[in-house]
Design a protein around this ligand. Structure first.
Ligand code: UN1
Length: 516
């Protein structure tokens, strides 16, 4: 381990989280096992090898599924509020491990320490939320058309829930899915991103403590650090009742098709192409902060990152100049050093995509207000640090229609609000959107059926940083799924309608006569 790693106390963090130099990548709640190839996790922060993980092979996969199937039969018998108690204990453990887990997220993924800690806070919040929901898994009761009959709906657990997550939220997205899946009586199998395997092992270690302390059987919470072949197996496997997938629209399309082929259920949380409309009536100070955080937070690698600013012509130059000034003050560097605003991209492939997008944009006519650049020299040895950039574009450019996971912000000018809304909606994706305005008419129009077509629409808030209490997800090529708050638990259960006759006769519905 390099000196640099020691400087930020990473060695101690890894130890506290139970991460060794060499780890095995499969656990069903107890001892780890693995028969696949070795995966090395390098930090984008300094390019150092953090640790190795032996991945799950096919035989491990079968063992995980069989253990999960067995565990489900037991776990579904535990009353929902008691399952909530398990989730409550996970929330407590996460409070205890918050500093270490937040730091590991920052070091393995590259987001700022503040954002790493924020991600763990989202995990704690969803646990608290799920504990409450565990006492509220309710259905409707209806009046039957027949006398002496009662009708109602109830919800039952699905079985095994497969969770496939992306590198950019390497711990929180697992917890959104798993906390709800568990209170609903399901068991979960997690296939994390191969880019952030240690975050997954750390979470499983924390959950394993909870399972052990409660004498619960193996198979309720499993992790498989594995490649895409195992991922595909999970997607195709009839025994997996629900697949929750977070990732690109390209892969999501394949996942959704495969799951639909076997009539499985899926929750898709795919790409975004999120815009903030900055109106003539916007508070400009607030708009600048919202736009800059939205665009450069997590180095532009959130699915909710702000990619487009649609700015009214009367304030366009002012906003452009102030953004350029703000970008000039951004400090880019080690995300564990809290004086830096922007950390690295996840890897050099992401850097290449950033460069490609800039090149493509220029070819299409983008005019760069703040130029992009790959940073070199001291502190940037990993090769993953880039300069956030800003370009003036037309919304119709192919590159603007595309989600590039990097800090590239596009500026587009508008003159009427109807035009701004049309531009905002004129992309294939539909995750998050926002308007900055102090004008009630504009705000309400933006939120109306004639306004934003996204799953998330905010007023005087940026596009990222959603709270867990609301349903999270988006329309169109974002996939239509919803995760975390509100009544999203219903996605993790199957609905059953029950009609009970408590009379001595058997009247048929719709008044049909059938006498023998
Ligand atoms: C994601 O980028 O996949 O709203 C999730 C946000 C976070 C979650 C983002 N709460 O930005």
């Amino acid at each position: 381990m390099s000196k640099k790693v020691k400087d930020f106390g990473i060695e101690k963090t890894l130890k506290n989280l139970g991460i060794k130099d060499e780890n095995k990548g499969t656990s069903t709640g107890g001892k780890y096992f693995a028969s696949g190839k070795i995966l090395e996790s390098y930090s984008p922060v300094d390019g150092n090898l953090i640790a190795k993980v032996k991945t799950s092979g096919i035989s491990d996969y079968d063992k995980v599924i069989e253990t999960a199937e067995k565990a489900f039969k037991e776990f579904r018998l535990i009353p929902a509020p008691k399952r909530g108690e398990i989730v409550r204990q996970l929330g407590q453990k996460l409070r205890q491990y918050k500093d270490d887990l937040g730091k590991l997220v920052s070091y393995e993924m590259g987001k700022s320490l503040q954002e790493g800690l924020g991600e763990v806070q989202e995990m704690i919040d969803i646990c608290d939320f799920a504990v409450g929901v565990s006492r509220q898994l309710h259905g409707y009761t209806m009046h039957s058309e027949r006398p002496g009959h009662r009708m109602y709906e109830q919800y039952h657990p699905l079985g095994i829930v497969g969770i496939i997550t992306a590198f950019n939220f390497p711990v929180a997205v697992w917890s959104w899915n798993t906390a709800l899946a568990w209170i609903c009586g399901n068991v979960t199998i997690w296939k994390p991103s191969e880019k952030t395997p240690l975050c997954a092992v750390a979470c499983q270690n924390i959950m394993n403590e909870v399972l052990k302390e409660n004498n619960l059987p193996e198979g309720i919470s499993s992790v498989m650090v594995a490649d895409h072949e195992i991922g595909q197996r999970l997607v195709d496997d009839k025994r997996i009742a629900l697949v929750s997938f977070t990732g690109s629209t390209r892969v999501g399309r394949m996942v959704s098709t495969s799951v639909a082929q076997r009539f499985g259920k899926s929750i898709l949380e795919l790409g975004g192409n999120n815009a903030i409309i900055i109106s003539k009536d916007a508070d400009i100070d607030m708009s600048i902060i919202g736009a800059v955080f939205g665009a450069v937070g997590t180095a532009g690698q959130r699915c909710t990152s702000t990619r487009r600013l649609i700015i009214h012509e009367s304030v366009y130059d002012e906003v452009k100049n102030r953004l350029a000034k703000a970008y000039g003050q951004l400090k880019i560097g080690n995300p564990l050093d809290e004086s830096n605003h922007v950390g690295p991209l996840i890897d050099t492939d992401a850097v290449n995509m950033y460069q490609e997008a800039i090149k493509k944009g220029k070819k299409e006519g983008a005019k760069f207000v703040v130029e992009g650049e790959v940073l070199k020299g001291k502190g940037y040895e990993s090769g993953c640090y880039v300069k956030p950039c800003i370009a003036e574009v037309q919304n119709s450019y192919e590159i603007v229609q595309h989600e590039t996971f990097a800090p590239i912000l596009y500026l587009i000018k508008y003159s009427t609000l109807e035009e701004a809304v049309a531009i905002q909606n004129d992309v294939p994706q539909g995750l998050s959107s926002a308007i900055m305005t102090q004008n009630l008419r504009e705000a309400e129009l933006f939120l109306s059926h004639a306004g934003s077509d996204c799953g998330i629409a905010n007023v005087n808030i940026g596009t990222s940083g959603a709270e867990i209490g609301g349903a999270f997800g988006g329309e169109k090529e974002t996939g239509g799924g919803r995760e975390s708050g509100s009544d999203v638990w219903k996605y993790y259960m199957r609905r059953q309608t029950n009609t009970i006759n408590y009379t001595a006769s058997l009247p048929l519905a719709q008044g049909i006569k059938f006498d023998l």
